[in-house]
Design a protein around this ligand. Structure first.
Ligand SMILES: C[S@@+](CC[C@H](N)C(=O)[O-])C[C@H]1O[C@@H](n2cnc3c(N)ncnc32)[C@H](O)[C@@H]1O
Length: 274
């Protein structure tokens, strides 16, 4: 029944699930698929067995069901939630308080702010950090001003802002950093100069850098816009990169609308726990 309304394609960029290691992201998607595909009773049985299967995860001991995530995924399937909202709830399954994460395209700062809330603990101060960058000075200023409005000065100190190209991300993070997530929201700055956009060459360099610095159990997350010139080629580069990652170490997938050809495409590359 639900499948009739399901206008989105979810496909694995590297091959299908091959191992049964503890992967929160995989756990989440698997749960979701089962929930829409099964009758309620059998669904509950499967959910119980999944809980048992994953409850030994050393770093992620989250409970089922995950209401926020299910709401957003179902909302996305029915055209009521945006790709960025899906990305944020997926991040929540991976990011822990105290983590270091990278916003590779901070733009107006919405993603940076969401990440900041996930890594910091109000009572502790800067236990986690967001390294946020953008090639445009205007974007850095916009992000800075959003943070000024949304958080106090102490919390803002947990965000490090850099006016650089994301292909240089390794130059700005401290040596031997354990980076939990690198997130890209590709394209142009909303409300800004539409001719300044992410381009395939530097996006690919940045993806390679992200692959090098990401810790096991980490995530490379992308929202790829394909409505502007060059967007489709950039998606192809992203897909080719994700498809080339070894399935023994990575789980890579995308979410794409079938009947909205210009809708943004979500790509997730999850690095398995060691
Ligand atoms: C879609 S916007 C990002 C939106 C942002 N994440 C937010 O929450 O508001 C894309 C951003 O990528 C930036 N950008 C383009 N090329 C870049 C590059 N090579 N390195 C870093 N940022 C880049 C643009 O300046 C633009 O601000």
């Amino acid at each position: 029944m639900v499948a009739r309304f399901f206008q989105a394609e979810m496909s694995m960029l590297s091959s299908t699930f091959a191992r049964s290691s503890s992967i929160p992201f995989r756990k989440t998607l698997t749960s979701f698929n089962f929930r829409i595909a099964m009758e309620r009773n059998s669904c509950l049985r499967i959910r119980s067995s999944l809980v048992a299967a994953f409850s030994s995860s050393p770093s992620h001991s989250r409970n089922f069901p995950i209401p926020g995530l299910e709401d957003v995924f179902v909302g996305y399937l029915f055209g009521r939630k945006k790709a960025t909202e899906v990305a944020h709830v997926v991040w929540e399954q991976v990011i822990q308080k105290g983590d270091m994460v990278i916003d590779a395209t901070c733009g107006n700062g919405n993603d940076t702010l969401a990440m900041l809330k996930m890594v910091t603990n109000d009572s502790v101060g800067c236990d986690g950090y967001v390294y946020a960058m953008d090639i445009q000075k205007d974007a850095i200023e916009s992000t800075s001003s959003l943070l000024d409005q949304a958080v106090g000065p102490k919390e803002k100190e947990c965000v490090k802002l850099f006016n650089i190209c994301h292909s240089k991300m390794e130059e700005i993070i401290p040596e031997n950093s354990r980076v939990r997530m690198v997130a890209f929201n590709l394209g142009y700055l909303p409300g800004g100069n539409k001719s300044i956009i992410t381009v395939s060459d530097t996006t690919l360099s940045a993806l390679k850098a992200a692959e090098r610095i990401l810790m096991p159990g980490g995530l490379i997350s992308l929202v790829v816009y394909i409505g502007h010139p060059g967007g489709r080629e950039e998606l192809e580069v992203v897909e080719a990169f994700g498809s080339s990652l070894p399935v023994s170490d990575w789980v890579c997938c995308k979410l794409q609308m079938l009947n909205r050809p210009l809708a943004p495409v979500l790509v997730f590359m999850f690095k398995r726990e060691e």
